[in-house]
Design a binder for this molecule. Structure first.
Ligand SMILES: *Cc1c(COP(=O)(O)O)cnc(C)c1O
Length: 413
C-alpha cells in the first residue's frame, strides 16, 4: 500500500510527512476503534492517488481560482507598518476567500476527495459554525448530502450560522452530551462515520484527529504559503523574516508555515490567552496544557490531573478548543516554531486597530495574530518583512465585539 511517506509530492525531511503510523515524533498517530482503521487507510489511499492524478489537481486548481477566489492578495499594510514603526507588515488576505475564511480551502478539498471515493454523504462537526458553513458550501457545490453535528449550546449562541447551513441544504443535528460544545460534536460526528462509513466521508475541519487527517488538512491549506512565497518574491524579491498566524486547531498557521519549514524563516503561532493563562480561562495549550490524547491523536491537551478535558475560554470561538494539531506539538518540541498567546483584551484592541488603520475588520481569531505583531514588529528593523495571516473576516464577530467593547448592551447601546 502506498503511504503518504512515499507519496509523489516530494517530502521535505525531516519536517515533512509523519512516519508510516502517522506520528510526528511522539505526537499524532491513529488512536481509534478498530472499525475506523479501514476507513482511515482507505482515505489515505484515496488522498495519495488523488494527489498523483492530474485531473483531480486540475479540478482543485480551477475551483480554487473560480469558486474560492484564489490567489488571495498579499497586501502591504502601509498604515499599520507606519504605526508600528518597525518591520514592513504584509497581510495574507484569507479573509477574501469565498465564505470569509481559510476553512473553505480544506472543506472543498475534502469534499472533492469524498466525491472521488464515490461517497454520497458528508458529515462534519462544527463549533462556532464556520467549518460547518464551509463544509455545507462545498457539499452544495458538489451535490452531496451533508449533516453537521453541533453542540446545542453552540447552536443557541450561533443561530445565524445554523440558519446559514440549513440554507445551504445541510442538516444540522444538535448534540446534547457533555458540555454541548465542539468536542462533543466531534465525538458524535465520529460515531456517525463509524456507523455509515460505506457511503459517508467525515470532513474534519482542522489539522487534528487521527492520521491522515492532519496531513490532508495541512496540505490543502498549504496553498496559503505557496502563493505567499511567489507573491512576496514578486513584490520584494525575497523571503519573509517572520511569519505570524493564530492557532486554534492549527490549520491556517500550518498552511502558512509549512512552505517555509525548511527555510531560515522565523515563525510564531499565537494561541488564545483568554482572560490570561493564570486564570484558567484560556485556550493556550502550550502555556497551560500537557501531553495527552484527544480525538485519536497524541498532542498537547488542556486536561486536569485525572485526564478530564478542561473547559476553555476565548473571545474568539475558532480558537476555543482544548487540543492542538500534533504537527504543532512536534514543531513546538523541536523548537522550529515559537508559540505565544494574546489575551482577549489584546485581541479586541487589535481588532479595532486594524479596522481603523486599514479599513479591514479582521476575524477575532486573526486579531490574535495582529495583536502579537503589535508586540514584536516595533522591535524589528525597517528593512525586515513580516507576513501575518489574516485567516478570516470579522463580519461574523461584530456583535460579539460590540458586547465586549461597549458592555452588555452591545451594538444597540
Ligand atoms: C476556525 C478559524 C481559525 C482557527 O482554526 P485553525 O485551524 O487554527 O486555523 C482561525 N481563524 C478563523 C477565521 C477561523 O474561522
Amino acid at each position: 500500500m502506498a503511504s503518504l511517506e512515499t507519496s509523489s509530492s516530494a517530502p521535505k525531511a525531516p519536517y515533512s510527512y509523519p512516519d508510516k503510523r502517522g506520528r510526528y515524533g511522539a505526537f499524532g498517530g491513529r488512536y481509534v476503534p478498530e472499525t475506523l482503521m479501514y476507513p482511515l487507510e482507505e482515505l489515505e489511499q484515496a488522498y495519495v492517488s488523488a494527489c498523483a492524478d492530474p485531473a483531480f489537481v486540475a479540478r482543485m486548481d480551477e475551483l480554487r481560482r473560480d469558486y474560492i477566489g484564489r490567489a488571495t492578495p498579499l497586501y502591504f499594510a502601509r498604515r499599520l507598518t507606519e504605526h508600528l514603526g518597525g518591520a514592513k507588515v504584509y497581510l495574507k488576505r484569507e479573509d477574501l476567500c469565498h465564505t470569509g475564511a481559510h476553512k473553505i480551502n480544506n472543506a472543498l478539498g475534502q469534499v472533492l476527495l469524498a466525491e472521488r471515493m464515490n461517497k454520497k454523504r458528508i458529515v462534519a462537526e462544527t463549533g462556532a459554525g464556520q467549518h460547518g458553513v464551509a463544509t455545507a458550501t462545498a457539499s452544495a457545490l458538489c451535490g452531496l448530502e451533508c449533516e453537521v453535528y453541533m453542540g446545542t449550546e453552540d447552536m443557541a449562541r450561533q443561530s445565524l450560522n445554523v440558519f446559514r447551513m440549513r440554507l445551504l441544504g445541510a442538516k444540522v443535528t444538535g448534540v446534547e452530551s457533555g458540555t454541548k460544545t465542539l468536542k462533543d460534536a466531534i465525538n458524535e460526528a465520529m460515531r456517525d462515520w463509524v456507523t455509515n462509513v460505506g457511503d459517508t466521508h467525515y470532513v474534519l475541519g482542522t489539522v487534528e484527529g487521527p492520521h491522515p487527517y492532519p496531513v490532508i488538512c495541512r496540505d490543502f491549506q498549504s496553498v496559503i504559503g505557496k502563493e505567499m512565497r511567489a507573491q512576496l518574491l514578486e513584490k520584494e524579491n525575497r523571503s519573509p523574516d517572520l511569519l505570524i498566524a493564530c492557532v486554534g486547531g492549527g490549520s491556517n498557521s500550518a498552511g502558512l508555515f509549512f512552505e517555509f519549514i525548511e527555510d531560515d524563516v522565523r515563525m510564531i503561532g499565537v494561541e488564545a490567552g483568554g482572560l490570561g493563562p493564570e486564570t484558567g480561562k484560556h485556550a493556550a495549550r502550550f502555556a497551560g496544557g500537557v501531553e495527552g490524547m484527544l480525538h485519536g491523536a497524541m498532542s498537547y491537551v488542556l486536561q486536569d490531573e485525572n485526564g478530564q478535558i478542561m473547559g476553555t475560554h476565548s473571545v474568539s470561538a475558532g480558537l476555543d478548543y482544548p487540543s492542538i494539531g500534533p504537527e504543532h506539538a512536534f514543531w513546538k518540541q523541536s523548537g522550529r516554531v515559537e508559540y505565544s498567546y494574546a489575551n482577549d483584551d489584546e485581541a479586541l484592541d487589535a481588532f479595532q486597530l486594524l479596522s481603523h488603520l486599514e479599513g479591514i475588520i479582521p476575524a477575532l481569531e486573526s486579531a490574535h495574530a495582529i495583536a502579537h505583531a503589535c508586540k514584536v514588529v516595533p522591535e524589528m528593523d525597517k528593512d525586515q518583512i513580516v507576513v501575518v495571516n489574516l485567516s478570516g473576516r470579522g463580519d461574523k464577530d461584530v456583535d460579539q465585539a460590540a458586547r465586549f467593547i461597549l458592555g452588555d448592551k452591545g451594538a444597540g447601546a
